[in-house]
Design a protein. Sequence first.
Lengths: 351, 351
Amino acid sequence: MAATLHDVARVAGVSIKTVSNVINDYPHVRPETKERVLAAIAELGYRPNLSARNLRSGRTGMISLIIPNLRNPYFAELADDVMNAASARGLSVLIEQVGGDRESELSVLRGSRRQAVDGILYSVLALGQEDAAVLDEIPLPMVLLGERIFNSSRDHVTMRNEDGLRAATEHLLAIGCRRIIALGSHPGEVIGSAGLRLDGYLQALDAAGVPVDERLIVHADRWHRVDGAAAMRSILAAGTEFDGIVAFNDSLALGAMRIMQEAGLRIPQDVAVIGFDDLDETRYSVPTLSTIEPGRPQIAETAVDMLLARIEERASAESSPAEPREVLTDFRLVQRESTTRAAGAPGSSGL
Amino acid sequence: MAATLHDVARVAGVSIKTVSNVINDYPHVRPETKERVLAAIAELGYRPNLSARNLRSGRTGMISLIIPNLRNPYFAELADDVMNAASARGLSVLIEQVGGDRESELSVLRGSRRQAVDGILYSVLALGQEDAAVLDEIPLPMVLLGERIFNSSRDHVTMRNEDGLRAATEHLLAIGCRRIIALGSHPGEVIGSAGLRLDGYLQALDAAGVPVDERLIVHADRWHRVDGAAAMRSILAAGTEFDGIVAFNDSLALGAMRIMQEAGLRIPQDVAVIGFDDLDETRYSVPTLSTIEPGRPQIAETAVDMLLARIEERASAESSPAEPREVLTDFRLVQRESTTRAAGAPGSSGL
DNA sequence: TTCAAAATTTACAACGTTGTAGATCGATGG
DNA sequence: CCATCGATCTACAACGTTGTAAATTTTGAA
């Protein structure tokens, strides 16, 4: 069916190894031989069989990206960034979705596709400290994204969750908010994004001398728009007073804004809102949403580089692996309409 | 490093073929042997090497999904649907993004990852009739998604572009719109989604006896929110009068709504808007967006099934391949606030 | 012209798996 | 007790590639 090295060799009148040498740019091939081989390759439309090459080399040129769900725009944008970074380095990306619960994350990590990739980029969601040992067992290079599992021997690329959320909270304080809802907490969580972001919120309040009101710390297990909407409905039902919202991600903020608007609250006049992630859609919502840009492209680039380094480290010497590294990316506060209270805020017509 | 069949065989005291037989559920293995082998597999943490298996079997268990861009929510949701359908059938999905221009689509189609997958799901964007021959040359099973390339010998799974857009237009006519903008046309295109959808629009106007006004057919090369916003700005600048918009996809509609709201136009009171695709976010926008639900999960399921059938057809006999099939999925009009003009429309508070 | 060194090419053996064909073993039936 | 059959297991040869080591050719200097 498809042409192989043997076919090309026969047509070119050389050995298969010479064909292989031409393909791999081995230096000692006579120019005229090379030409003949290339002609044969073109004639037959030969393409190397990747399974065979992988079997021989032990490398597949693929990495997997484990994320909860592509419908979540944050992960779709992350996947895009990762695929761009990977393809610039000659790698393909196999995306694997996990349900977002601990069981399914563990089962994917242990899953059989493991044998098909050189390494794993793993966006941790449901695992915690107690699972660090499991991660260390996986016999593949792996880089953790956007999360901090304590004591794991894996490399991390992490955004500045605390600092980012503190900056967001400080921004709301600066424009005059005093009763600021923290939207998206996970009760009891310390290490994950929710725990860290809550910490940033508390730090900012503390620094400003604003007392913490437990009723303003609002739980949301998952961080989709629908969860932000649901949370806002119960906040309104409970009658809690508030004048600002710092949402732990943009989707929560967008969902909450929708419900507030239905209830007749004006943004930012009655309630200022800021999110986290800088999704594309924060530029198009009504009003546009202020947010923390967490350095996502940088996360993707750095993570792919680190993973590639681990893969190469493993391939070369038996030397002991380098120490696990943790990289924190730079964040940036992006102010848009949802926190712009100056008179004549643009785009508020009709609102 | 990683355990192989040989290692397992040694530990279990059997031949490698017996281990292979156990793994592949070959029936004639004594229960006690099987047990011993399974114990050895567990002890060593053995996992089959997929490269070797693929080399031997000629199958990889992977299909690639070629789409323009994951940041486009339509394709993110499609990818999610495809991955779910594929994983239910034991397949993994390799997503490949193409720039959206003809050159990059062709180069990805011819690209070397071809050898790594059993088949291709290809969401055509920039190719047309003149490229049908190129598609036929690709020596891999392939199913085309959401598009109709005439005369290609490939299977298609297509949404009802014309019917859907005609229904959308009829809906606007039914609620009283008379000057309806068709947003997203590609001048000169006949076969692609834009051409078909424009056709649906024209059919609906024709059937209702509403004259066509060329100024109401608005071009938009790409179909992202930003393009919808840009198009709406020029419409407003041109001073064209209109009372309804049928956008060729949801993103265009959302972008256009944003600009209309900035300009003080009320939706749906001044302008009713309907989109196409039923993105998740149409349920959360302000106002929520009426749209055509094109049967995306059905598209994904059907396409994966058809591709699998082609892969198996190829693997088995040398019999001549089955005739190319074209499947049209069912669509559904989803009415939301953006076309609901009845008094007391919900959710319009503040707007 | 001759010979060593360099350049070029080749044969062969892996990589880890599964299909084929055949070997071994026990039980069955005559 | 032996031929036969099915059940169970095994040896071997692929699949298409690349590394190793060795064979062959060419080159350049003596």
